[in-house]
Design a protein around this ligand. Structure first.
Ligand SMILES: C[S@@+](CC[C@H](N)C(=O)[O-])C[C@H]1O[C@@H](n2cnc3c(N)ncnc32)[C@H](O)[C@@H]1O
Length: 280
């Protein structure tokens, strides 16, 4: 009944969401929902189903988002981390693991919940991560998640530094020293259609970026030029149709080498990586 109500409301994965909401509310894994006795059923379930039917994101209802090996707190004011970003983060983790640098320095431009920065700190204990976020509301969630992850994975404590401000101007003290710049910036062209879960709940600063959606990515490219040491790497996420445009933003004439398009788990173009060579 809950699943059909969500299906009627246009929710993409109604059964999964209905089960995950029930599992969260009853404090059991989804696989053990059948063990919850009728007498223990929590009637607040129907309030949560009504919220989801009104297209509030599942993660706002449970208050949690899962990203690689992390459980993060999310809610109003912060972008819910997405599965597609996990692939780019995995690429960054692999590159850092192979890097012949004692303590690689990483910059995460537009960190939101801290998903990318914290996953790198958790999976590459040698790394020092500088996370930049302009939105004060989002930064409250970043701070909460830095503390939450440090409690669960003490080796991350002190490894992620949050910087308040615009990534166009922040971190100048690190210019020329960064080993890897990673960013999932806003990249949706203004005026595009997005589902209600996105348009009504993700912060506008996390979504929109000019008429072609490429404004923030161009800024990331300019900042990465300055931040990276020669041979340093950049990874930037983009929308599925932006692959060719983003490839040319990281052009050889601008000093980039080994520019590559990468796909997400659904096989769609999702991020570009490149290696910094020299100023053009
Ligand atoms: C798409 S969200 C990504 C959040 C997180 N990195 C993730 O992948 O889940 C983009 C984030 O960048 C932040 N942001 C956008 N423009 C920015 C800027 N110029 N300087 C700093 N942060 C910015 C937004 O507030 C938002 O938190």
């Amino acid at each position: 009944m809950a699943a059909s109500r969500l299906a009627e409301a246009g929710v993409e994965s109604p059964r999964t969401d209905a089960e995950l909401i029930a599992a969260h509310l009853h404090g059991v894994p989804r696989s053990q929902l059948h063990l919850v006795a009728d007498a223990d059923f929590d009637p607040r379930y129907w309030d949560d189903i009504a919220r989801r039917a009104a297209r509030e994101p599942l993660q706002h209802i449970t208050g949690l988002a899962y990203f690689r090996y992390l459980e993060l707190e999310v809610g109003p004011g912060v972008f819910v981390p997405r599965m597609e970003t996990e692939v780019m983060t995995g690429w960054a983790v692999e590159q850092l693991a192979e890097m012949d640098v004692a303590e690689p320095v990483v910059a995460d431009l537009g960190t939101g919940s801290g998903a990318i920065a914290l996953a790198i700190a958790q999976e590459v204990p040698r790394a020092r991560v500088h996370a930049v976020e302009a939105d004060p509301l989002a930064r409250q969630w970043t701070e909460r998640n830095i503390a939450r992850v440090a409690a669960a994975a003490p080796h991350t404590a002190g490894r992620v530094t949050l910087h308040a401000g615009d990534f166009a101007a922040e971190l100048t003290e690190l210019d020329g020293t960064v080993d890897l710049v990673v960013s999932n910036p806003p990249y949706i062209p203004v005026g595009s259609w997005v589902p209600p879960e996105v348009g009504e709940y993700d912060p506008a600063t996390a979504l929109w970026s000019g008429s072609d959606g490429l404004g923030a990515i161009r800024v990331v490219e300019e900042r990465a030029q300055r931040l990276l040491r020669p041979g340093g790497l950049v990874a930037v996420e983009h929308a599925a149709q932006q692959g060719p445009s983003v490839y040319w933003i990281f052009a050889e004439e601008r000093g980039w080498r080994q520019t590559r398009n990468h796909t997400d788990l659904a096989g769609r173009d999702r991020f570009v990586t490149a290696s910094w060579h020299m100023a053009g």
